[in-house]
Design a protein around this ligand. Structure first.
Ligand code: C2E
Ligand code: MG
Ligand code: MG
Length: 785
């Protein structure tokens, strides 16, 4: 039969797990066996103690019976002795009524069958009934009279027992009858009716094997009674096992009758009597009831144990089978999962292989097209600008041909890495094949942002690749940009247009990006290209600083210089900042440029100091992007330390736009610069919207009035009023005022009248190279002649 557990139990087993189920089995099996052993041990002890109790009870019972019988026998014999005393009177003949009294005593005592009195010559003097005196009897009486009384035992004799079975219950006893000097003068023969005596104990249950025996001291059986009645003993029958001689009473457990059975025997010698009363019973008989109970008990217990063990075995087998099933199921489940995982991995790998470029890990053309169309769906909903760029590497074929495909592969991998760093996570990059990449810029706020990103990509990819299998490679991309929805509403149109734009870029030369919509391309392609080359120009030292003096209107002394950057291009000559600064700001190159300018200022001051030149502060322009670089003050502090300059020798010019965007960081940076001793000037003031009330909360020391106000100051009363009020307000706020773009003496006169502190402009000097600036410094004054 199979064991089937109910489903909750099976579920519990399943949850338990095969290992734990085995442990549970072991523990519960041990506990069950332990309990069983405990029950057995308890039962066994209980049975043993019951057995001992039964034996003890039987012994007490037998001992009591022995004592009662002994006592009764003593009483009977005492009555015999009393008769002997009465018989004394009979024997000396003085008391004529003695015989009658004896007869009366016998008549009252049914235990004596016959009483006969014999004198010293063994002549019968009295007899309660007629009877023949056997010669053995007379011999025994003669012997009895001759035998002296033994110590401690009453003089009482046992005459030879009758041989005939029908008289076997008649026990002839001899009691001495004393004469006047207490000498035996005769014998009183008392025939005891043992049957009558022992019948007194008939009602006592001594068991099937119980015996009551009266033994002579030498062990001869005088009488024996059993449950079925008096046992006839032939004369001289002896109890084969001798009882201890010296002990008047006791108990023993032994094979007393040599019949192969153990008997419990109690014996007692009545006081001063030559008898012993023995009550014995077979142990088997005594313990029969107990044995039956014990057998029944053990039987039931064995049965229960067998059932219990059987049930345990059954349950164990069931649990083991269940545990095996569970383990097999778990294994199958595990195998299935492994298989599913493997299949999923395979599927994923297959998908990745089918949808990705193995060299760069980027999505391939197929995948890109899918992603592109899903993004365009989204683009239609969120109304943002999306830009699709097609890009390839200029002269990539040459790299492959000259340095080998391995280096070409490394270059492609490096390019894909750089693209990832420049782009946001939300933008898509794919390798369409060969050196061709596609990029999708997602969710742009303005279409112009695409140009910023494209410029960044060009700038990043133009940086040299320093170690491609030991080769240093200079590469550049050509990018074509198509905008959604402007240049196409679906993938096909966008891809086609981005591709066309890319070829346009290629035609324009290396390292370009071109919008499909020509109106988005920078007007001056030459300057635009220059801006894209700017990072290299900085690195290759093509930038120079020109210095324009700021002149005190009080004494026409040079109070400082403004450093203005120029690009000394090897082909295009000197290029002015308005042509490349805005693009540098959009591509982020402004940070590098700004650092270069700050260091160049410090170098110039250090150089003038070395030449023994009088030092005046040099102001340099800082764009809004730089002001959001929280590490700027730290870098400038390092420069001051490196060139051992005081912070007051540097000034920083910021425009109003710096203050409009994210004031928190800018404010901190400005305060940190002020801490270094650097003065801050607000450049082109008036061209923006900052109020002086707002400016006063910032650490600004100087206002530079935008040259737009100065230009028409003579002809425009408005401008004149504005300039005058700016000067008054600035002075109230403890700021100095510099007027920019002063070209004419009239402007100078006007400004001097209005209380302006300093001026800067072509009137005194154009921005000039360092050596010319130095000679300007050497002039005692720049006063107009
Ligand atoms: P800016 O800071 O207001 O500099 C003054 C500009 O006015 C200079 O043009 C200067 O040559 C020009 N200027 C000076 N006096 C006169 C004058 O009398 N008449 C006229 N018409 N112009 C005069 P520049 O050097 O072309 O610089 C243009 C702008 O480029 C600067 O304006 C400044 O905003 C920016 N710039 C120049 N150098 C740097 C630089 O190193 N870093 C940053 N971020 N911007 C710079
Ligand atoms: Mg300036
Ligand atoms: Mg200015």
């Amino acid at each position: 039969m199979r064991l089937h557990f109910s489903s909750p139990f099976r579920a519990w087993l399943d949850a338990l797990g095969a290992q734990r189920a085995r442990l549970l089995l072991l523990v519960s099996g041990s506990v069950s066996l332990g309990l069983l052993a405990l029950v057995w041990s308890f039962t066994w002890q209980r049975l043993e103690s019951e057995k001992a109790l039964t034996r003890a009870n039987a012994q007490v019972q037998q001992q009591n019976l022995t004592a009662i019988i002994s006592e009764n026998l003593t009483q009977v014999l005492d009555r015999g002795r009393l008769m002997a005393i009465t018989a004394e009177s009979c024997l000396d003949g003085q008391d004529k009524g003695a015989g009658a009294r004896l007869s009366a005593m016998i008549a009252a005592d049914r235990i004596f069958l016959r009483v006969a009195l014999y004198d010293e010559q063994l002549r019968q003097v009295y007899a309660s009934s007629s009877g023949r005196d056997e010669p053995e009897l007379l011999t025994a009486m003669a012997e009895f009279l001759r035998t002296p009384a033994s110590q401690g035992v009453a003089r009482l004799g046992l005459a030879p027992l009758p041989l005939a079975n029908e008289q076997a219950w008649q026990i002839p006893l001899m009691v001495p009858v004393l004469g006047p000097r207490d000498q035996p003068a005769g014998v009183l023969l008392l025939v005891l009716d043992l049957g009558y005596f022992l019948r007194l104990y008939h009602h006592i249950d001594i068991g099937r094997t119980g015996r009551i025996q009266v033994l002579r001291l030498d062990g001869q059986v005088v009488a024996e009674a059993r449950q079925e009645g008096l046992v006839l003993q032939s004369a001289g029958a002896r109890n084969p096992n001798l009882l201890p001689v010296n002990q008047p009473q006791g108990a023993m457990e032994a094979d007393l009758y040599r019949d192969g059975r153990t008997h419990l025997s109690n014996y007692q010698q009545p006081h001063q009597m030559p008898f012993r009363v023995v009550v014995s019973r077979e142990m088997g008989d005594i313990l029969a009831v107990h044995q039956a109970t014990r057998d029944r008990f053990l039987g039931v217990l064995s049965l229960v144990s067998a059932l219990f063990l059987g049930a345990s075995l059954w349950v164990t087998q069931g649990i083991r089978r269940q545990a095996r099933y569970t383990a097999a199921l778990a294994q199958a489940d595990h195998d299935n999962r492994a298989l599913i995982t493997q299949l999923e991995d395979e599927k994923r790998r297959a998908f990745v292989m089918a949808s990705h470029d193995p060299l760069t890990g980027l999505p391939n053309r197929r995948m890109f097209n899918e992603l592109l169309s899903s993004h365009l769906q989204q683009a239609k909903r969120n109304r943002k600008h999306y830009a699709l760029m097609y890009m390839d590497l200029d002269h990539f074929k040459q790299v492959n041909d000259t340095l080998g495909h391995h280096v070409g592969d490394l270059l492609l991998q490096a390019v894909s890495k750089r693209l990832r760093t420049v782009l946001r996570d939300s933008d898509l990059i794919a390798r369409l094949g060969g050196d061709e990449f596609a990029i999708l810029l997602t969710a742009l706020e303005r279409a112009d942002d695409a140009a910023v990103v494209a410029a960044k990509i060009v700038s990043e990819l133009c940086k040299p690749y320093l170690d491609l299998d030991g080769h240093e490679i200079q590469a550049s991309p050509s990018i074509g940009v198509a905008l959604f929805p402007r240049d196409g509403h679906d993938t096909d149109a966008l891809c086609r247009n981005a591709d066309a734009a890319m070829y346009q870029s290629k035609r324009a030369g290396r390292g370009h990006y071109t919008f499909y919509d020509a109106s988005l391309n920078p007007a001056d392609a030459r300057l635009f290209n220059l801006a894209q080359r700017l990072p290299r120009a900085i690195a290759e030292g093509e930038l120079v600083l020109h210095f324009q003096p700021k002149v005190n209107l009080s004494d026409y002394q040079i109070s400082g210089f403004e450093a203005l950057v120029r690009w000394q291009h090897p082909e295009h000559g000197l290029i002015y900042p308005n042509d490349f600064i805005p693009l540098a700001e959009r591509t982020g190159a402004i940070l590098e440029l700004g650092d270069w300018v700050a260091e160049a200022c410090c170098q110039q001051l250090a150089s003038w100091r070395k030449q023994g030149q009088r030092l005046v502060p040099i102001a340099f322009n800082v764009s809004a992007i730089q002001l959001h670089d929280s590490l700027l003050p730290e870098r400038i502090a390092q420069l001051l330390t490196r060139y051992e300059l005081d912070g007051t020798l540097l000034q920083v010019e910021i425009t109003e736009t710096c203050l409009v965007e994210s004031m928190d960081v800018a404010n901190t940076v400005l305060h940190q610069l002020e801490q270094l001793g650097i003065h801050i000037a607000l450049d082109d003031y008036g061209s923006g919207f900052s109020s002086l009330a707002y400016v006063r909360t910032l650490p600004i020391h100087c206002l530079k009035i935008d040259r737009g106000f100065i230009h028409d100051i003579r002809n425009s009363p408005d401008d004149a009023v504005i300039v005058s009020s700016i000067i008054t307000l600035a002075h109230n706020l403890k700021m100095c005022v510099v007027a920019e773009g002063v070209e004419l003496v009239d402007q100078l006169v006007h400004l001097k009248t209005a209380g302006c502190d300093q001026v800067q402009g072509y009137f005194f000097s154009r921005p000039v190279p360092a050596d010319e600036a130095s000679s300007l410094l050497n002039r005692p004054s720049l006063a107009p002649t």
